[in-house]
Design a protein around this ligand. Structure first.
Ligand SMILES: [Zn+2]
Length: 455
């Protein structure tokens, strides 16, 4: 995470205040604080002896002094290592095993310490005042996700209690646009577009764009989406893309989210045509056609055979997508086909996928799949010379040429629904024009911080 949470600012402020108090009371000045951040009871006694209430408002200092000293804390940050339990991370800092165990037990009421992940940070707050050699741990904070903090604090009786601190969040639209120099990923990163948003964008355009082959230098992308952020601008999560555009090889492509009356969100181009084509002819990204449909000399058997599908060369593990919405008819080993999936899409069409190295999550006979869903991974099972996807389109249970078969066009909105879509499109265009970019938001929040800290 690396970003200090809101509490740290408060502690830093308190630290500065204590520093100011010490400077005021001690003629040695700030060096005192620098050399001795944990004060001994003798030093405190000396401060108390030297203390003379300032003339203008003595009651203010008298009142604030004990509280200031009580809230003086030292902060230590511990990074969780791979395989660490909470106790491991805590005892590494010198906390004794029994205290570490008490903290873990208290935390359990709001957060399971087993969910601790490597890289997360525990912020430990110690009493800055050493009294008779003891520097008791006051509090442990763990920011689980941006805006969601769990905190274990010591009670007056020495026991620990846990609570959750949920930072106020709000939703906001953000936009980004970029020009591809070396890769789409890099262009997106330069504009601050999160990876999950970019993955969603790639998926939206995967029916029209082959991202491995079509993207060239100078191509552009734009995206408008909503996100939930904390008050200090950290993203809690990103929501669905509202609008995405790409210009690939001079060809503009625009997609708009449209909510149907039943609540389902689908994407359409400017003409109201759905992005989901009847069937994908290439259900694997970045592959090349290595063997086409028709008569060929079989590479292993040596004699001429009808090739009833097309082969796409790709490395083992390359994801294979369902070519269309449908129901899995068969998923399992199937002789020379190796690991095989057959999906029925409608009364006429099915598709088959062979030689898979493994199946996608939840793939089994009778399960429903969506177009573009990963159903398996390229492999070399069955009768093959190397890893590839053997893909078949079947019409009335007979294999047809996937490249040339006529497939029904994209779903097109019409009538009243098309009119509603056009309204949404115009609203989305206006929203895009009026929305700040991710970088504008970041710059504004930075300026906002400066103003706040100058006060
Ligand atoms: Zn084949």
């Amino acid at each position: 995470m690396g970003v200090s949470h809101p509490g740290a600012a408060a502690y830093a402020f308190m630290g500065a205040l204590i520093g100011a108090v010490i400077t005021y009371f001690n003629p040695v000045g700030p060096a005192f604080l620098a050399l001795e951040t944990r004060w001994t009871s003798e030093a405190l006694a000396a401060i108390a002896e030297d203390f003379v209430p300032p003339a203008p408002a003595p009651e203010l200092w008298l009142e604030s002094l004990p509280e200031v000293l009580r809230t003086g804390v030292d902060i230590e940050t511990v990074r969780v290592r791979a395989g660490d339990t909470l106790q491991d991370a805590l005892t590494r800092t010198g906390i004794d095993a029994s205290t570490a165990s008490d903290i873990a037990n208290a935390l359990y009421s709001v957060f399971n310490p087993k969910k601790l992940r490597a890289g997360q940070e525990l912020e430990l707050a110690y009493n800055a005042i050493v009294v008779d050699g003891e520097t008791p741990l006051l509090k442990m904070d763990l920011e689980v996700t941006p805006g969601y903090l769990v905190s274990v604090a010591r009670n007056g009786d020495g026991t620990f209690a846990a609570r959750e601190i949920i930072t106020p969040t709000h939703r906001e639209f953000v936009r980004a646009e970029g020009t591809i120099d070396s890769s789409l990923f890099e262009a997106a990163q330069n504009q601050g577009v999160p990876q999950d948003v970019m993955a969603a964008l790639v998926k939206l355009f995967s029916y029209d764009v082959d991202f491995q082959r079509d993207i060239q230098k100078g191509d552009t992308f734009s995206v408008l989406y909503e996100r939930t952020v904390t008050e200090d601008g950290r993203t809690v999560n990103n929501h669905d893309i509202a609008y995405a555009a790409m210009n690939v090889g001079g060809q503009p492509l625009k997609l708009y989210a449209f909510e149907h009356p039943d609540g389902g969100v689908e994407y359409y181009n400017e003409k109201g045509e759905g992005i989901r084509k009847a069937l994908m002819r290439t259900p694997v990204n970045g592959a090349r056609l290595t063997s086409s449909f028709g008569q060929r000399k079989h590479p292993i058997l040596g004699y001429s055979l009808m090739h009833r599908g097309v082969d796409f060369g790709a490395t083992t593990g390359t994801p294979v997508m369902a070519a269309g919405d449908g129901v899995i008819e068969k998923a399992g080993p199937n002789g020379a086909y190796g690991n095989y999936i057959r999906v029925r899409h409608n009364g006429d069409f099915s598709t088959a996928y062979a030689h898979l190295s493994r199946f996608g999550a939840g793939v089994a006979g009778g399960k429903r799949v969506r177009q573009g869903q990963i159903i398996g991974y390229v492999g070399a099972t069955g009768r093959v010379t190397g890893p590839h996807l053997h893909f078949e389109i079947l019409r009335n249970n007979a294999q047809v040429n996937p490249i040339t078969v006529k497939l029904q066009g994209a779903q097109k909105l019409d009538g009243k629904t098309l009119a509603q879509f056009k309204t949404t499109l115009a609203q989305t265009d206006r929203k895009y024009a009026a929305t700040n970019s991710i970088q504008q938001y970041a710059a504004a929040r930075k300026d906002g911080d400066k103003v706040a800290s100058a006060e």
